[in-house]
Write a protein that binds this ligand. Sequence first.
Ligand SMILES: [Zn+2]
Length: 101
Amino acid sequence: MMEIPSYFRLVNRDWTVLYESEARIRELSEEDEETHGLCDPVKAVIYLARELDQYPLAYKRHCFWHEFVHAIKFANGEDNHDEEVVDRVAGMIQQAVESFN
Ligand SMILES: [Zn+2]
């Protein structure tokens, strides 16, 4: 079982994973959609909602991978991300990583 990291390094940048309330993440995202995560490429921070503790762990991990894919895309110089693609790729990474064990 993979633990969600607190830090990771991506293209020579140190990213931090922080936990905030869903309401705070919504505020930070400046979008009016319900979200359990946020990727901030300026601060190099992935925010995950504290409320995710009430969901199955697999879903929490999926949310991490989803934001992680956003981080990769930002690191790759892409600023507009297709959410469907991001989510599908996140699912694939999760499946592969969980098959390592
Ligand atoms: Zn997204």
